[in-house]
Design a protein around this ligand. Structure first.
Ligand code: SAM
Length: 393
């Protein structure tokens, strides 16, 4: 798409700032807004004349929108970035502290407007089969003496949060976290917060890392633009880590529930009665004659989940616009929660998403006959999520 107008960018700016965290540096807004609005790489990096030199047109528009939001009293300068003011937050209404409220219910599920810290205390102990969540993005800032402050703060915050979730989980339950890579400010290097988180969850909470998976989003935009498009020293990051943890070394899981259709060649091989001759593979591994003759109903998938996140006119988006609600800026595609709901739970099990956002996990759980609980801090997002459930009350 072309660069949106300033007016079109105002609400998305408040949304990404509120969703991402308390303070955000001006530069961090560029990537988040470009991603949210689907700005093309060309528009993202386009330079236009500015006096004797040139300037990045998209970034200049974002800065103008920030200035406009500041003049309107919606955001304010804080020590090392910007923060949404109470007035700006009125456009996104956080749940009152320690007062989670039921927002809507369906036959199978319940959406709670509340803080992910407060809600576990009101859930039944040992009732949840799987927690499937995509936590907010960590916002990294440079310390004055060169270190990074917020990756450690973020890991502590998420570890304490997950500690609170654990009593709700069945002994053989699972926690799935979809995380995003975070770039260290000003350099083309990555934060190691994900590695720190894995170690913290193992060391402090005794969780086991059951498997590392990744979500490949082929439609992901090239970012950060500075390193990928301008200096051309990094490639497009198209993978997002998805980490599966459990308090048990053998949580409930059944890969027969996520089988994929056989390839054409595999179907032919099965039809032919398996390998025709005993073959030695380049690895030295020998396949016996007749191997792969049995039809097991499909192929066991790998740990890479490919799913584009390109919906631009889904029912959810159309309905949000019709009701004047913000379209959630960081939705994941149905294929992601669907894979884990199928793999890690059975019909009737309870699935929880403590960072419910637009209600994607809940919608998938409902469709797959699981019970579900969605928790979301902002009322406007939960009102948008309700639109996914026409029979909600
Ligand atoms: C990355 S988004 C999740 C999007 C979701 N997976 C989807 O597909 O729509 C994270 C969500 O967590 C919410 N959030 C942030 N802090 C929270 C908290 N303390 N308690 C509950 N929700 C929170 C944000 O408002 C945001 O909607």
């Amino acid at each position: 798409m072309s660069v949106p107008s300033q007016a079109q960018m105002l609400l998305p700016l408040l949304e990404v700032m509120a969703t991402a965290g308390e303070h955000i540096r001006p530069g961090q807004c560029y990537e988040l807004i470009a991603d949210k609005l689907g700005v093309s790489a060309e528009e993202r990096t386009k330079r236009v004349p500015n006096g004797a030199s040139t300037v990045n047109a998209f970034e200049r528009t974002v800065r103008w929108v920030q200035q406009r939001a500041k003049l309107l009293g919606l955001i304010e300068r804080v020590k090392d970035g910007w923060s949404v003011t109470p007035e700006g937050k009125q456009r996104l209404t956080p749940a009152p502290a320690r007062q989670p409220r039921v927002a809507f219910v369906t036959d199978r599920g319940m959406a709670i407007w509340g803080d992910a810290f407060d809600v576990p205390t009101i859930l039944e102990a040992g009732s949840v089969r799987a927690i499937i969540s995509s936590p907010p993005y960590p916002i990294l800032r440079k310390k004055s003496y060169g270190g990074i402050t917020d990756e450690k703060t973020y890991v502590d915050w998420l570890t304490r949060l997950i500690e609170g979730w654990l009593p709700t989980l069945k002994p053989d339950g699972s926690i799935v976290l979809n995380l995003g890579d975070a770039w260290r400010p000003g350099t083309p290097t990555l934060s190691t917060y994900i590695e720190r988180l894995v170690i913290a969850l193992e060391d402090r909470l005794g969780l086991h890392l059951c498997q590392r998976l990744a979500w490949e989003n082929p439609s992901k935009l090239p970012a950060p633009a500075q390193w990928v498009n301008i200096e051309r020293c990094r490639v497009k990051p198209s993978l997002e880590p998805v980490l599966w943890f459990s308090p048990s070394t053998r949580p409930y899981a059944n890969n027969r529930s996520v089988l994929q259709p056989y390839s054409e060649s595999m179907r032919k091989r099965i039809a032919d009665g398996g390998e025709q001759l005993s073959v030695e593979r380049p690895s030295g591994y020998a396949l016996a004659q007749g191997a792969f003759a049995q039809d097991n109903g499909g192929a066991i998938p790998g740990n890479l989940i490919r799913a584009a996140n390109t919906e631009s006119n889904s029912r959810y988006i159309v309905d949000c616009k019709r009701h004047g609600l913000p379209v959630h800026p960081a939705r994941f595609p149905a294929a992601l929660p669907e894979f884990f709901v199928r793999l890690l739970s059975e019909v009737g099990d309870l699935i929880v998403d403590f960072f419910g956002g637009s209600g994607k996990t809940a919608e998938v759980a409902e469709a797959l006959d699981r019970r579900w609980i969605l928790v979301e801090l902002y009322r406007e997002f939960i009102e948008g999520a309700k639109l996914r459930f026409p029979n909600a009350t």
